[in-house]
Design a protein around this ligand. Structure first.
Ligand SMILES: Cc1ncc(COP(=O)(O)O)c(C=O)c1O
Length: 459
């Protein structure tokens, strides 16, 4: 069927409420169709999706196993509200608790939502109800969602640059909200200092000042997704140790890293002996075939809520069609050893990126795990090209920022690959990526980095 893209553009420009770009700078890039690791623009251009959209579509687009389960579910189900049970929510919960987390024994129960943000908000509510305390520690550069509660936990600012002055940035009135206290971001993997990490030292001082008895939880990501930082190897266990000694919970936000992205079912599993109290999951649970999120609670926390009359729930809790996509995805991932595939393809991608690091003076750091890597770009002095780096306020002319230049160069070669913070390129292809497709994307990035070398290192 042919579509009238001119008409659709008019409606999109006139009626859709856009984010990120103001109407005056909005570039219309309509996607006509999606297929495996690729998508096709309305003008017929094919793009290799090397960022899985928002590091979300982990099984590529329209994966047959997920779609087949969804089609079967749609033969019997529409929406079932959470006061009634349905086949798929039981199967999804069993897969998460027994098959993904059974070996570790800490996890008790899971609840399925319609977004990662819902999962984060539920973790915060549960942590506060369970502990009877209110303060939540949140990390610089972190990202946890865009609605009011989760946006108060964001570790970067920049809610809106007003019309007429894109050099300004304003936070939502009320930010930072009472009860959310920032702690430093972790050091990078290649931090070379001696002794205890300064971020942990500073966090412990903040905790002492507040008093552990007032803190409900700390929320962190195993690898910062928006911020694009893989933490130093001492960080996560050190933070967990602080939370245990001072008696508050650890909420592990795995919305971006969970369900295979880092080569483990959940990112925290990279640190032996470390277990969270609550997990917020999302995207990878069903490869983002439908909007999804889930909270996973420890046995103790689960039983606390299960024994109570807990007045909670969203219209979409345990939605049978969402749960069917989780079942389709997880059963396929388990049966086809997708974790092993992520590790193998990831090792190849890392090797190729290390090659770019050796070749390009503008590459300052390559880090990550599984199929999630970041490339940090530097100038001739080895410093971040945009000095604010992960503290960028996203003001002024964004088209000249290194990540956007790289995205533009890659787009010319049919590769969807850029970043979010100005000096950091984020590579997060689908787990179904092939070696040839990795070569195609890395060769494109290689040429994009020639442009960055020329513009920011040699001049
Ligand atoms: C770590 C993290 N937490 C929470 C969220 C919010 O999830 P959602 O966009 O599904 O609401 C995101 C989204 O990118 C995320 O990366």
């Amino acid at each position: 069927m042919s579509r009238d893209w001119d008409q659709l553009e008019k409606w999109d420009r006139a009626y859709y409420l856009h984010g990120l770009q103001a109407a005056s700078e909005y570039s219309y890039a309509p996607v006509d169709s999606m297929d495996g690791n690729w998508f096709t623009l309305a003008d017929g251009t094919r793009m290799l999706d090397f960022m899985s959209q928002l590091i979300s579509d982990s099984m590529g687009h329209r994966h047959p196993a997920i779609h087949a389960e969804l089609a079967r579910a749609m033969e019997r189900y529409g929406h079932v509200y959470f006061g009634l049970a349905n086949e798929y929510r039981a199967r999804a919960a069993k897969l998460i608790i027994e098959d993904l987390l059974g070996e570790t024994q800490w996890a008790g129960r899971a609840r399925v939502f319609a977004s990662g943000t819902d999962a984060v908000e539920s973790c915060i509510t549960m942590a506060r109800l369970y502990t009877g305390k209110s303060i939540i520690l949140t990390q610089a550069h972190s990202f946890h969602g865009m609605v009011m509660g989760s946006t108060m936990m964001r570790g970067y600012r920049a809610n809106i640059s007003p019309a007429g002055d894109f050099n300004q940035v304003q936070d939502i009135p009320g930010f930072p909200a009472q009860g959310y206290i920032p702690i430093p971001a972790p050091e990078f993997e290649d931090w070379q200092g001696e002794g205890r990490l300064p971020s942990l030292e500073a966090t412990e001082q903040i905790v002492r000042a507040i008093g552990g008895e007032n803190i409900a939880a700390v929320i962190t990501e195993p690898m910062l997704g928006g911020g694009g930082t893989f933490p130093h190897s001492d960080y996560t266990a050190g933070l967990r140790d602080i939370s245990k000694r001072h008696g508050f919970l650890w909420i592990d936000d795995e919305v971006i890293c969970g369900v295979g992205r880092l080569g483990e079912w959940f990112g925290y599993m990279h640190w032996p002996g470390v277990e969270p109290d609550l997990i917020a999951a999302g995207k990878g649970l069903n490869g983002s075939a439908l909007p999804v999120g889930a909270v996973i609670a420890s046995k103790e926390i689960s039983e606390h809520f299960e024994a109570a009359r807990w007045w909670s729930g969203s219209t979409w809790d345990g939605h049978p069609l969402v749960c069917a996509t989780i079942v389709g995805n997880l059963e396929y991932m388990l049966a086809n050893n997708m974790l092993q595939q992520v590790r193998q393809r990831g090792a190849y991608l890392k090797e190729r990126l290390d090659g770019l690091d050796a070749k390009h003076p503008s590459v300052g750091r390559v880090s990550g795990r599984g199929l999630f890597y970041t490339v940090d770009l530097v100038n001739g002095a080895g410093e971040p090209i945009v000095p604010e780096d992960r503290y960028s306020a996203f003001t002024g002319d964004l088209s000249d920022m290194p990540h956007n230049i790289v995205a533009g160069e890659n787009a010319k070669r049919g590769v969807f690959l850029g970043g979010f913070t100005p000096n950091t390129i984020k590579l997060g292809p689908p787990f179904t990526i092939t070696q040839d497709e990795i070569d195609l994307a890395v060769d494109s990035l290689d040429q994009a980095l020639d442009v960055i070398d020329e513009k920011f290192v040699k001049n």
